[in-house]
Design a protein around this ligand. Structure first.
Ligand code: CS2
Length: 488
C-alpha cells in the first residue's frame, strides 16, 4: 500500500527526492480527480522550485468518506497516471496532507480556516456547486442548501455558506483573510464566486459583506487538463509501475495549462516555476477555452450518447464527427473570440483535436454529458448569443443544443436507455418526454428559463435552427452528423 513509509523506495516515481513536508497553506474544496491532477501537481512542483508551506487540505463537500479514507490510509499520497499516445508515466504526489469529508470534518475544517498559515482556499466544486441564481448571478436563495445555511450559519453545507462562515471567523479573530481561487469552468469564475458569496453575506450580516468586499481577493483562472474518472485499469497501471497498491490514482492526459490572474494579497506558491501563466486578465483565455474546448466536448458528448460512441477518442475517430467539430470551431466559434495576437486559434483548434484523439485516455462521453443545464450557457449559448447579435449563422451550434435536447429523452438511437444526471433533471426530462415532435421538444426546452434567458428563448432564428437540427436528429444522429459535416 502506498504510504509515507513506502516513499523512500519510490524516488524514481517522485518529482524529486528532496522533499520537506510542508505545513498546510491551501484548503481545497472539492478534492476530486481534477484538482489532484492539476493544482496539487503544480503546487508540489512550485514548492520544489521555491520551498514554502503550501501543503493542501482537501475537502469533499459530498461527505465522500470512502475517498477520504482511501487517501488518508495512504497518508494523502496518490499517483497521477499520465496516459499519452506513447505510454504511461506514473508520478507520486506528496502535496496533499489531509483530507476531510463534510459534514463530519467540519470542526477540523474550521480550525484550518482559522489558521493564519492558510492563505488560499481554492475550489473545484463543478458549476452547480456555486449555487448561483442563473438570472442574477447572486446566491440562489431558493436552493435548499442555501436556505439551510442562512438559517443555520454555523453548520454550513454550501460554498457561499462555508466561505461566509470562514470569513466571519477570520474577521472576528482579527486574522487577515485568505484569497479565494475558483478553478471551475465558469466564465469570469472569480467574479462569479465573489458575487455568490457577497450576496449571501449581505443577507446574513451586511457588515461581513462589506468586509469581504473590501478585503478579499477572488482572482479568476483558466484551468485545463483532461482528467477522466479513475478505473481499475488505472489502479492496475499504478501498481505495475510502483510495485505497491494505490487505491486512489488519477488518470490524465499529458497536456496541462493554468492561466491565473495574479492577485494574491496573502501570497501564493511560485506556480510560474511549474509553467503556470500569471497574467493581469484571464478573460480571453477563459472564454476561448470554454467556447472552443468545453463547447466541442459537450457537442461530442451529446451526439455520441445518441450515436453510441463511448469515449471522446471513439467520437473523433468517426471522420464526419471530427470534421463537424473542426468546422464548428473554425466557422462559428473562433470568429467570436477576441484573443491576444500570440494566441493562434487555428493552432489551438488543431491541438484540441489531437488531444481528443488520444486513444489511451478513454474519457467517457457519459461523464461529460452530465449537468448540461449548467454547462450549456457558458460553453455554447454565449457563442450563439454573440453570433445572433452579429446576424451570423449558428447551424452547427444549434445542432449541439438540439443534440442535448434529444439526449434528454434518455434513449440512444439504438433504443438503449441511460440516466440523466443534472440538477434540473426532473424538469428537463419531463419537458423532453412530453414532447412528441421536434417543434414541441424545442419549445418545451427553450422555456426552461434557468438555462435560456428570455432574449434567446424568444429569438426566431435560434428556434428555427433548433427545430431544423432536432428534426434531422430524429431521423438518426449519424445521418445528421454527416449532413452537418458537409455543410458550407
Ligand atoms: C469536460 C471538462 O467534463 C466536462 O464537462 O468538458 O471536464 C474538460 O475535460 C476540462 O475542462 C478540460 O480542461
Amino acid at each position: 500500500m502506498l504510504s509515507r513509509s513506502s516513499l523512500s523506495a519510490l524516488e524514481a516515481h517522485c518529482l524529486s527526492s528532496e522533499w520537506r513536508v510542508p505545513a498546510i497553506g491551501i484548503v481545497h474544496l472539492g478534492i476530486g480527480n481534477f484538482h489532484r491532477a492539476h493544482e496539487a501537481l503544480y503546487t508540489e512542483e512550485a514548492m520544489l522550485a521555491q520551498p514554502g508551506d503550501w501543503g493542501i487540505c482537501g475537502v469533499t463537500l459530498q461527505g465522500d468518506v470512502s475517498k477520504r479514507d482511501a487517501l488518508m490510509t495512504q497518508d494523502g499520497l496518490y499517483s497521477v497516471v499520465e496516459r499519452g499516445p506513447d505510454g504511461v508515466r506514473v508520478t507520486v504526489v506528496r502535496a496533499l496532507r489531509e483530507v476531510l469529508a463534510m459534514p463530519f470534518g467540519r470542526a477540523r475544517l474550521f480550525e484550518r480556516f482559522a489558521d493564519e498559515r492558510v492563505r488560499i482556499v481554492s475550489l473545484t466544486v463543478t458549476e452547480k456547486g456555486y449555487c448561483r441564481d442563473p438570472q442574477t448571478g447572486d446566491a440562489d436563495f431558493t436552493h435548499s442548501g442555501v436556505a439551510h445555511d442562512l438559517a443555520h450559519p454555523d453548520e454550513p453545507s454550501t460554498v457561499p455558506g462555508i466561505l461566509c462562515a470562514a470569513f466571519k471567523a477570520r474577521r472576528d479573530a482579527g486574522t487577515p483573510p485568505f484569497t479565494v481561487l475558483s478553478c471551475d469552468n465558469l466564465s469570469h469564475n472569480g467574479e462569479a464566486l465573489r458575487q455568490a458569496v457577497c450576496s449571501f453575506a449581505r443577507r446574513l450580516d451586511p457588515a461581513l459583506a462589506m468586509w469581504i468586499e473590501t478585503h478579499v481577493a477572488f482572482p479568476s483562472t483558466m484551468v485545463d487538463r483532461i482528467v477522466p474518472a479513475t478505473t481499475d485499469a488505472d489502479r492496475a497501471a499504478a501498481q505495475a509501475a510502483l510495485g505497491v497498491r494505490d487505491e486512489a490514482p488519477v488518470p490524465c492526459e499529458p497536456f496541462r495549462q493554468w492561466v491565473i490572474e495574479d492577485r494574491f494579497p496573502a501570497g501564493r506558491p511560485a506556480w510560474e516555476t511549474a509553467g503556470a501563466q500569471l497574467v493581469d486578465d484571464v478573460a480571453p483565455f477563459e472564454i476561448a477555452k470554454l467556447r472552443m474546448l468545453n463547447a466541442t466536448h459537450s457537442t461530442l458528448a451529446y451526439l455520441s450518447m445518441l450515436a453510441g460512441f463511448e469515449t471522446i477518442s471513439d467520437a473523433v475517430g468517426h471522420a464526419p464527427l471530427a470534421s463537424l467539430i473542426h468546422a464548428m470551431m473554425t466557422r462559428e466559434i473562433a470568429p467570436t473570440l477576441d484573443v491576444p495576437p500570440s494566441f493562434d486559434l487555428g493552432t489551438y483548434r488543431d491541438a484540441l483535436l489531437a488531444r481528443y484523439a488520444n486513444p489511451a485516455l478513454k474519457h467517457r462521453c457519459a461523464q461529460i454529458a452530465m449537468d448540461g443545464s449548467q454547462k450549456m450557457p457558458p460553453r455554447i449559448l454565449s457563442t450563439i448569443q454573440a453570433r445572433l447579435d452579429a446576424g451570423q449563422p449558428i447551424e452547427r451550434l444549434a445542432l449541439a443544443v438540439a443534440a442535448w435536447f434529444t439526449f434528454l429523452r434518455g434513449r440512444a438511437d439504438d433504443g438503449s436507455r441511460y440516466a440523466i444526471s443534472d440538477p434540473l433533471a426532473e424538469r428537463l426530462t419531463n419537458a423532453a418526454d412530453n414532447a412528441g415532435t421536434p417543434d414541441s421538444l424545442v419549445d418545451a426546452l427553450l422555456a426552461v428559463s434557468d438555462v435560456f434567458p428570455a432574449s434567446l428563448a424568444r429569438n426566431p432564428a435560434l428556434r428555427e435552427a433548433l427545430v431544423r437540427a432536432a428534426t434531422k436528429l430524429q431521423n438518426g444522429s449519424l445521418a445528421a452528423i454527416d449532413e452537418y459535416a458537409r455543410m458550407d
